[in-house]
Design a protein around this ligand. Structure first.
Ligand SMILES: [Zn+2]
Length: 50
């Protein structure tokens, strides 16, 4: 298993680490890039915090 999963950020709900495998959607806004991911720890759809 050499697959390296990039860290997207942490869950604002439970503080767990969210990796790229859990990324659901990524899009650009006027503010920059927005991402939504499913947290592997609490199963909530969250905006990963950095
Ligand atoms: Zn979480």
């Amino acid at each position: 298993m050499a697959t390296k999963s990039a860290r997207l950020g942490t869950c604002p709900n439970c503080g767990g680490t969210i990796t790229s495998g859990y990324l659901l959607i990524e899009y650009d806004t006027n503010e920059g890039q927005e991402r939504f991911a499913e947290c592997p720890s609490c199963a909530e759809i969250v905006h990963p915090a950095h």
